[in-house]
Design a protein around this ligand. Structure first.
Ligand code: 9UX
Length: 69
């Protein structure tokens, strides 16, 4: 298991946090995701054999948020 941290722009309330958390946890190969509104970021636990971090950016952006960096 590996952990990936991603900075997210555009989350404005806990509804956003819930949405991002849910979409990340739904990705195959992701075993956990913790999203912080205050820190504007997500920590994702994933299996590198099953998914690559580029997919996290795609999923977050397709939900309407921006990935920083
Ligand atoms: Mo909150 Mo986020 O009202 O997409 S759910 S701003």
């Amino acid at each position: 298991m590996e952990r990936f941290v991603v900075n997210i722009e555009g989350m404005h309330c806990q509804g956003c946090v819930k949405n991002v958390t849910t979409l990340l946890r739904a990705l195959p190969g992701v075993s956990g995701a913790r999203v912080s509104l205050e820190e504007a970021r997500a920590e994702i636990d994933y299996d590198p054999q099953a998914i690559q971090p580029a997919r996290f950016r795609e999923a977050i952006e397709s939900a309407g948020f921006d990935v920083a960096g």
